[in-house]
Design a protein around this ligand. Structure first.
Ligand code: MLT
Length: 434
């Protein structure tokens, strides 16, 4: 038995006790008022979900089980001295609340490699799609084809006690996390490299292997992929993909069904597709103004984008009120490894130019950049230039957070998520009341 499973099993009764105490002692405590604005405004500002894996502080950004990104960089095991954190370590942290040792992370890397076999019908299903189908469509289709293997579904059909749900959810989750980089790499090679597939390297870790299977063996790219997957893994429970995964799983849909649904949310231009949009937009700046664009010309281009009724992609995160620490950590990586990359310089200039313009517009609560404003130029630097594929890499990373959350949802016995909805007329009548 993997120690990960043992640690998780030990933590569940404690958390269960705390949740039950919260329900019985403080169940009626109010967490703020729900306003009409929130109901018609995408529930923005509404605290309405339980998610154990991570928490966003609007000023500080994401905390993974209480640890900031720089703490994760310091504390989580790496592939080499002073290297970037291994996503396996983050998965361990999200599931168990504990920072794993090098040996524990090693054992998890091995376990994920062991679980990474893909049944042939998955490739056949993907191959049934036109090669020019969006990579996210191919990815979600691949995950649905993997669902045939769901342990949870099989044992549920036989009838199991609900206290055992989390065990099978955990099995499915580890399998899914192990399998998806292989499927994602297959899709990349199918679309962009004439179907020349690169097999997994048994000596490599999770993210290193993903880069390798995509066709990138530069050690710096491997390090970047470890960092990328780690920091994209989770962003509390309210973002579209995590929320979708959680609500679908609340119907006791297995992790494959839930994650495929989450991916379809991640495929949207306001969520995981932003990173694609950012690189396309940055390349349109270069096409029009050249790589050496002056700050004045850059300002004009930003105004032109805004006056054309479009947004500057990658700026103005809904929840954050400062620069996303995930952006800052990518910026530090770029300053260390590719300070002279022309597109990185452009991204740096945008960091100076865009926020004052957005503030001048006056409508925005947060003018600062988030992770998506930066990730693409780094992938592009290492030769992964196909922006349409970027949301897939985000998706592989996000499985770690979403699946960890779903394991905990079942471990805590969280109920079906079923809020009430109302009509405009209902709201009008409600507001007329004295
Ligand atoms: C994310 O990582 O999910 C994005 O920053 C979007 C969000 O948090 O809503």
């Amino acid at each position: 038995d993997l120690e990960l499973h043992t640690q998780l099993k030990e933590l569940i009764p404690e958390k269960h006790g705390r949740l039950n105490k919260l329900k019985s002692k403080h169940g009626k405590v109010e967490l703020g008022n729900i306003t009409v604005e929130m109901v018609v405004g995408g529930m923005s500002g509404l605290t309405g979900l339980l998610c154990e894996t991570s928490l966003i502080d609007p000023e500080e950004g994401i905390l993974f089980r209480g640890l900031s990104i720089s703490e994760c960089q310091k504390l989580l095991p790496a592939a080499k001295p002073d290297g970037e954190p291994l996503p396996e370590g983050l998965l361990w942290l999200l599931l168990t609340e504990k920072v794993p040792s090098n040996e524990q992370v090693d054992s998890l890397s091995k376990e994920l490699r062991r679980r990474a076999t893909i049944p042939d019908h998955v490739y056949q299903t993907i191959n049934a799609l036109p090669v020019n189908a969006h990579p996210m469509t191919q990815f979600a289709t691949g995950v649905m084809a993997l669902q045939v293997q769901s342990e949870f579904q099989k044992v549920y059909e036989k009838g199991i006690h609900k206290s055992k749900y989390w065990e099978h959810t955990y099995e499915d989750s580890l399998n899914l996390i192990a399998q998806i980089p292989v499927v994602a790499a297959y899709i990349y090679r199918r679309i962009y490299k004439n179907g020349h597939v690169i097999p997994m390297d048994d000596s490599l870790d999770y993210a290193g292997n993903f880069a390798h299977m995509l066709g990138f063996d530069n050690p710096e790219m491997l390090e970047f992929m470890r960092l990328y997957v780690t920091i994209h893994s989770d962003h509390e429970g309210g973002n579209v993909s995590a929320h979708t995964g959680h609500i679908v799983a609340s119907a006791l849909s297995d992790p494959y069904l839930s994650f495929a649904a989450a991916l379809n949310g991640l495929a949207g231009p306001l969520h995981g597709m932003v990173n694609q949009e950012v690189l396309v937009w940055i390349k349109s700046v270069v096409d029009e103004c050249g790589e050496d664009v002056s700050k004045e010309n850059l300002e004009d281009f930003v105004w032109k984008t805004l006056n054309g009724g479009k947004i500057v992609p990658g700026f103005g995160h809904e929840v954050l009120r400062k620069t996303d620490p995930r952006y800052t950590c990518l910026r530090e990586f770029a300053l260390k490894h590719l300070p002279d990359d022309p597109l990185f310089k452009l991204v740096s200039d945008l960091y100076e130019v865009v926020p004052p313009i957005l503030l001048e517009l006056g409508k925005i609560k947060n003018p600062w950049p988030d992770i998506d404003a930066h990730s693409g130029v780094l992938l592009n630097h290492y030769g992964l230039t196909e922006a349409q594929y970027y949301p897939v890499i985000f998706g592989v990373s996000r499985a770690i957070g979403i699946c960890s959350q779903i394991v905990w949802d079942r471990a805590l016995g969280l109920p079906l998520e079923r809020p009430r909805s109302v009509t405009i007329e209902w709201l009008e009548n409600y507001c007329k009341k004295p």
